[in-house]
Design a protein around this ligand. Structure first.
Ligand code: MIC
Ligand code: SF4
Length: 642
């Protein structure tokens, strides 16, 4: 039996464990990336582990999330990351150089290599044929120190593409179509492998749009083959030497195959407030639009920007629309400037924002109250834009521009203009001056790491006790995102390196009284519905509850990265054996878990609540049990090194 692409890359990196779905596999990690909003924690953890130099082939620290610097906090974080990177062997991409996933694709990604990043959209690099995973900062810190990355071996689903996208139908619409088919939990426990004859018609940046949004399916990763289009991209980036052809064997097997005919797709749009609420753009014709944003790690490549510029050239956006454009990297921005496309964008009335995440993570450009915002981004969770009652829709750059021009949701095909056709350039503008190399090992010892007063130590986890009796301080519903648990945005993001402070905002949009209640309770439980913790990789969504005394989260099911982050923080993620038991628990109940250690071994525990006994399940590997008993991955790693 032949191997699929995922099995091939995994087999080449398997250190121990098994490639059987559901079992734990330990992978060798070739590259890591961090961004600043999760990076400060990751490097504090790296320092706490005590490693001197990174042991990966390439580790890169990007600054792209917190670039507003509305106070000293972000500037201190940047300075800390720059100095810690230089000392420990990590490349540093300066603020303004671009969004981590875009720059990594351009300058560092290599087909067939493994990458983990402290950002859930790290699988973007799958567009280049990398096997890339989003992870918590602590997992990245351990991988930087040369440790393995452990995952529960996912099943592999193939998406078979046929045909070719028609004018004004884009890679974004392919992503939205798969979200429509599978939903935001359809990818959980799975890797999406893209294949079929239709793949040949997609360039690397288009493939990267698709692998980027695999995160919204809850998928562990997404990957494309590496072929002549990959070679063309790498060649144009001056990196032909990094090319390796990669494909699945013709007789490879998959859990299932989903077929998408590119010819049959039309422009799609995800409605508020979930990326899987997908309908045809034409079905929303006429809905008034207040704001349009083009950018984010999903759609900020040069070709996305050039298409937008071509549609805007010689036209003007509607007076009622406020439009922003944030190119994904300095490479993209300088090339737009060089060819005059930037001036087409500006003349049409768009506002130019920095090459950074910006409005995607609520760092400025929040919509007006109750406003309708069309964004080329990947997430439209309620409140994430910074405006609680805004209605955020997700679209392609083409649909975004069409709607900006008319002032209402518009299928670009109805504009009566020709669809822009933008071939991949034969050479990109290469200027790596925004990427600073690390110091050599001989100079590193002398270098000082620069800290600031907002940078506080990582909170220590506590070994999981054999019995927990505590209050259920917050009961939550289905699809709770990490944006619910630990919101981002301009007000809160500056505290990412200060867990005691950021914990004051935990569940702010859901129940602002939670932090005080949890603190008063001392220890407590949380209860959630299905897919608890979906979205971001931010380990703050585990560290803030840890700081507030949360000892266990009981849910119908968990999102992968968040469950790993809870374990890494020493918090028990447990599931109801029967989802209907969720209804038997009320906020304020006193819950008791006994014989926890034996239950962690056997996989079944009993929760006592309101005189009833509720069966719970868990499936921890022996390593995860040891981490929980040590009080988190940091304690576990330190103990292992003694
Ligand atoms: C996001 O898109 O939610 C973020 C901000 O990039 C996060 C990381 C973070 O919270 O810092 C992610 O996707 O992991
Ligand atoms: Fe940045 Fe948005 Fe991408 Fe997250 S999803 S990395 S916030 S651009």
């Amino acid at each position: 039996m032949g191997r699929n692409l995922v099995e091939k890359i995994m087999a080449a990196h398997l250190l121990s464990g098994s490639m059987t779905p559901g079992e734990e596999a330990a992978l060798r990690i070739d590259q890591t990336l961090t961004q600043d909003a999760t990076g400060t924690m990751a490097y504090l953890e790296f320092e706490a582990i005590g490693a001197e130099r990174v042991r990966t082939e390439r580790s890169v620290a990007y600054i792209d999330h917190n670039t507003l610097q509305s106070g000293f906090e972000n500037a201190d974080d940047h300075r800390y990351i720059q100095s810690v990177a230089r000392k420990h062997g990590i490349w540093f991409s300066r603020p303004g150089n671009g969004i981590c996933h875009q720059v990594h694709l351009e300058r560092f990604g290599i087909p067939g290599k493994t990458l983990i990043g402290s950002d859930s959209h790290t699988p973007t690099a799958g567009g280049l044929g990398m096997l890339a995973f989003g992870a918590g900062g602590l997992d990245v810190a351990v991988a930087m120190g040369g440790g393995a990355y452990y995952i529960t071996m996912p099943r592999v689903v193939k998406v078979e593409l046929s045909g070719r996208l028609r004018p004004f139908v884009t890679a974004k619409d392919v992503s939205l179509e798969l979200l429509r088919i599978l939903s935001v939990k359809g990818g959980v426990g799975r890797i999406i492998e893209w294949g079929g004859a239709g793949v040949k018609s997609l360039s690397v940046p288009e493939r990267a749009t698709i692998t980027n949004m695999g995160a919204e399916l809850g998928a562990t990763s997404s990957v494309f083959p590496s072929d002549e289009n990959t070679l063309a991209f790498l060649k144009a980036q001056g990196r032909e030497r990094d090319y390796v052809p990669l494909s699945a064997d013709p007789d490879a097997s998959y859990e299932k195959i989903i077929s998408i005919d590119l010819d049959a797709l039309e422009p799609l749009i995800a409605c508020p407030h979930m990326p899987d609420r997908v309908v045809p753009v034409s079905s929303l014709k006429g809905v008034k639009v207040d704001q349009v944003c083009i950018g984010s790690c999903t759609n900020s490549s040069l070709s996305d920007m050039l298409k937008a510029a071509a549609m805007l050239k010689g036209r003007c956006i509607a007076p009622s629309v406020s439009m922003s454009v944030s190119p994904g990297s300095r490479q993209v921005l300088t090339m737009l400037a060089d060819c005059g496309a930037l001036s087409d964008i500006l003349s049409a009335g768009a506002r130019l924002l920095e090459c950074a995440c910006g409005p995607c993570i609520g760092m400025g450009f929040s919509p007006n109250s109750g406003g309708v915002s069309l964004r080329t981004f990947n997430r439209n969770f309620e409140g994430r834009s910074g405006t609680r009652d805004a209605k955020v829709y997700l679209v392609s750059p083409e649909t975004a521009v069409a709607s900006a021009l008319t002032g209402e949701i518009t299928d670009p095909r109805s504009l009566g203009i020709a669809a822009p056709v933008i071939p991949l350039p034969t050479s990109f503008r290469i200027d790596d001056s925004g990427i600073l190399p690390p110091a050599g090992p001989e100079d590193a010892a002398e270098l000082e790491v620069l800290r600031g007063p907002n940078i506080k130590p990582v909170p220590a986890g506590r070994p999981v006790a054999d019995e927990i009796c505590a209050e259920l301080t917050l009961k939550l519903g289905d699809n709770i995102t990490t944006d619910h648990i630990m919101p981002a945005g301009a007000k809160i993001l500056p505290y990412r390196s200060n867990v005691p402070k950021i914990a004051e905002f935990c569940f702010e949009g859901v129940d602002p009284s939670f932090p005080a209640r949890a603190k008063a309770a001392g220890e407590s439980f949380l209860v959630g519905g299905v897919n608890y913790g979906q979205g971001s990789s931010r380990e703050h969504a585990a560290l803030a509850p840890l700081y507030l005394g949360v000892r266990a989260v009981i849910a119908k099911s968990f999102a992968r990265i968040h469950a790993a982050n809870l374990i890494n923080a020493g918090i028990l993620p447990l599931c109801f054996a029967d989802a209907a038991d969720y209804d038997r628990l009320r906020q304020g109940d006193t819950l008791r878990l006994r014989d926890i250690h034996a239950g962690m071994e056997s996989g079944t525990l009993t929760l006592e609540a309101n005189g009833a006994e509720i069966p719970l399940v868990c499936a921890f590997s022996s390593r995860q049990r040891a981490i929980l008993k040590a009080g988190g991955l940091l304690n576990y790693t330190r103990e292992a090194e003694q």
